[in-house]
Write a protein that binds this ligand. Structure first.
Ligand code: BES
Ligand code: ZN
Length: 594
């Protein structure tokens, strides 16, 4: 198994544990301190090779404090620089004194005015896919699992949260700050090491779940996520015991570039899912599902990313079905299939190599693999298998899969072998009949994908059709009761071209530009931009400047940049908003707007 996105040579010396002793320095926007790495090494090996990017390495020493020589390799723009440390015979502990630089893409430093409370700064990290190396020098490959512990010193008024058990919930006051200690006893891939520091409150949701958020956001978050404990129960019934102790959600300030990130014990989430009506909480089901698919059984390289996201998207749907029934789950499935077909188009059609589950990412940023393909095509493959063997048998298989590979990182080939041996063993020829090789190693969506139907959404589509053929928006009686998913479907199936009168009618009747639901607003704003509809432009500008979720930003900027009409506006908005976005979003958007 070769990870083309890491410099590490784990067969020579492998990191098995890391301890962080770091100070979070807000005025200078850096973390500074020491990491201590415990190694599993071959007796004859003479070097430890780590991944770094944009770190300032001050010194290296062995367990007895004897200095070690080190060299930093040439900087690759994607991978960063290999840090090679000379290993004396027998050494199994290495200390590195270092600090981060302003180039640390994993970290976002927020000024007080970028937070809800406006009084304190905020810091959070995003490790996936290969950004942990920008704030911790370690072997940053998902195939090299590590336990970790940390001692983090922050300014007195702030709280530190990590993806690990907290040993000091309220912190310990020390000279010039407050210290928090953490311990993760399970070996995890390094992309799951995460930190957040800010003015944070906490509210319990259930006996083993809760929510962290800025005080101003805490109550909204608590009420939105009231079903979390039920979700954990549903996931356990399906997949086996939850292995991480607590499950908390941390609601970040709005610049967080993702919807959610499955950091163990504490999912990081965007506040844009706080819709007020719990209609966007499938995102929490998704991040929770990663506690099995992703965190317990992990993709060993970024080529195998679909093992994380495909299985998770399937489980997400099963959790939603358990909580809200098949009618609701079917709506989510139809929306997901549509996104998949749109994505295949966007990636160049059904023969594009980027529509392969086992996608080739060598020489590219693994971020480029984060399309809808691993999610929705991966989930469609799981659904196909479920239908083929029946739900009871498939569920037993899934449970067994998580038992067999718990706390391991696996490649696609291991999954395929396991599938053949454990699920399809009594069905000779099933692998070929189901065309599983094509599903996993070839582009496009095979035509034996299980079709998805939702009567509710078919009704909505009929209303969209009526509107398109000239009916007034006010004549769509059912719209008064549409939920979020029905609204999304209605907007998605409208034709490519509407008249200015129809746009006015929609906006005036349904108040679309003033929607607070981020997904519905986003779907509407895309339509508005496509039509150069001026009345929605204030809403476009507000949305682009008040949240930083890449999934929303990228299509809106792309749509704006597609015409002379929008590109000047996009450039103007981006010129100031860029400073408020996370590096991950900036990286994507620079290529679009710059
Ligand atoms: N693990 C991903 C986020 C991610 C993927 C970060 C790749 C960096 C690289 C997370 O579980 C996820 O998929 N989040 C989605 C939401 C989900 C409901 C589809 C997101 O952020 O949009
Ligand atoms: Zn995910």
């Amino acid at each position: 198994m070769i990870d083309t996105h890491s410099f590490a040579r784990p067969h020579e010396a492998r990191v098995t544990d890391l301890h962080l002793d770091l100070r979070v320095d807000f005025p200078r926007q850096r973390v500074i301190g020491r990491v201590s790495l415990t190694l599993d090494r071959a007796a004859a090996s003479t070097a430890l090779v780590l991944d770094t990017r944009d770190l300032l390495v001050h010194a290296a020493a062995d367990g007895d404090g004897r200095p070690l020589t080190f060299t930093l390799g040439a900087r690759d723009p994607i991978l960063g620089s290999a840090l090679e440390i000379a290993l004396p015979p027998g050494a199994t502990l290495v200390h590195i004194d270092y600090e981060t630089t302003t180039g640390a893409s994993a970290l976002q430093w927020l000024a007080p005015r970028q937070t809800a409370g406006q009084r304190h700064p905020f810091l959070y990290s995003q490790g996936q896919a290969i950004l942990t190396r920008t704030w911790i020098p370690t072997q940053d490959s998902p195939g090299i699992r590590q336990t970790y512990s940390a001692r983090i010193t922050v300014p007195r008024d702030l709280t530190a949260v990590m993806s690990a058990e907290s040993l000091t919930p309220t912190g310990i006051d020390i000279e010039g700050g407050r210290t928090f200690e953490f311990r993760m006893r399970e070996a995890i891939p390094p992309y799951l090491i995460a930190i957040a520091v800010g003015e944070l409150g906490f509210a319990p949701l259930g006996p083993r779940s809760g929510v962290y958020a800025e005080p101003a956001t805490l109550e909204a978050a608590r009420s939105e996520f009231a079903d979390v404990e039920q979700m954990i129960d549903a996931a356990e019934r399906l997949l086996g015991p939850y292995q991480w102790g607590r499950y908390d959600v941390l609601v970040l300030p709005p610049s967080f570039p993702f919807g959610g990130m499955e950091n163990p014990r504490v999912t990081f989430a965007t506040p844009t899912i706080l819709a007020g009506d719990r209609s966007l909480v499938s995102l929490i089901a998704h991040e929770l599902a990663h506690s099995w698919s992703g965190n317990l059984v992990t993709n060993a390289t970024w080529r195998d990313f679909w093992l994380n996201e495909g299985v998770t998207t399937y489980v997400e749907s099963r959790i939603m079905e358990a909580l809200h029934g098949p009618v609701h789950a079917d709506m989510l499935q139809v929306l997901s299939r549509r996104e998949l077909l749109d994505e295949i188009d966007r990636l160049g059609g059904p023969s594009s190599p980027d529509t392969i589950l086992h996608v080739d990412l060598a020489g590219r940023d693994p971020d480029e693999g984060a399309t809808r393909i691993p999610y929705d095509k991966g989930a469609a493959l799981m659904t196909l298998l479920e239908h083929h063997v029946g739900r009871a048998r498939f569920d037993a298989y899934l449970r067994g899969y998580f038992e067999r590979y718990a706390f391991q990182s696996i490649v696609t080939g291991t999954f395929v072998d396991d599938l053949r041996r454990q699920l399809l063993d009594e069905r000779p020829g099933a692998f070929e009949t189901l065309r599983l090789h094509a599903w996993i190693f070839e582009p496009g969506l095979p035509d034996n994908a299980i079709a998805t139907h939702s009567t509710l959404l078919e009704n909505v589509a009929a209303d969209a059709e009526a509107f398109t053929s000239g009916a007034a928006a006010s004549s769509l009686q059912a719209a008064a009761d549409w939920n979020t998913q029905e609204w999304l479907h209605f907007l998605n199936v409208l034709p490519a071209t509407l008249t200015p009168r129809q746009l006015d009618d929609l906006d005036a009747t349904f108040g679309l530009s003033a929607r607070r639901n981020s997904e519905v607003l986003f779907a509407w704003l895309r339509i508005a931009i496509r039509h150069h509809y001026p009345a929605a432009m204030p809403a476009v500008e507000r949305f682009l400047t008040t949240q930083g979720r890449r999934k929303f930003l990228r299509p809106l900027y792309e749509d704006l940049m597609a015409s002379a009409w929008g590109s000047a506006t996009a450039r103007r908005i981006y010129a100031s908003a860029r400073l408020t976005y996370h590096a991950v979003a900036v990286h994507t958007l620079d290529a679009i707007v710059a």
